[in-house]
Design a binder for this molecule. Structure first.
Ligand SMILES: [Zn+2]
Length: 134
């Protein structure tokens, strides 16, 4: 299994976003250049729900445009699970439109220790990737 590295500064950023947004889910995008993560983009969850997310299409467009201008690519899509495990929900699987992206889920189910897990979601199949935060 390929080792997937999430630098701790970016892990801290997405965990902070998840905590700020709780009890609602938050979402965003991680960009990459040459295999290195370059930036975390926060996006607005228009669902404003504690159990699901829908990334604001305007934010998504703005983020993809910015990435393109900088020569960056989509690395991953993150969202939070404020009260449940870091496991993709049936909706997460159904709405996973980017087979090339890593789907990161931040679980705040244990408030003392936020947990981040990474998945690929391909044609309804969920494959967990070993995520190293370092
Ligand atoms: Zn979810």
């Amino acid at each position: 299994m390929k080792k997937l590295v999430l630098p701790s500064t970016f892990a801290d950023e997405i965990i902070a976003h998840a905590k700020e947004g709780a009890p609602l889910e938050v979402c965003g995008i991680l960009a990459t250049k040459d295999g290195q993560i370059t930036q975390v983009y926060r996006a607005y969850n228009i669902a404003q729900s504690p159990v699901t997310y829908t990334m604001d299409p305007k934010d998504q467009l703005r983020i993809f445009k910015d990435m393109e201008e900088r020569g960056w690519e989509l690395w991953g899509i993150y969202h939070s699970h404020p009260a449940t495990e870091a496991q993709p929900s049936a909706t997460d699987i159904r709405m996973a439109y980017y087979p090339e992206a890593y789907y990161l889920i931040i679980s705040l189910a244990r408030p003392e220790k936020a947990l981040v897990r990474a998945f690929r979601i391909l044609g309804g199949q969920v494959l967990e990737e070993k995520l190293m935060i370092e």
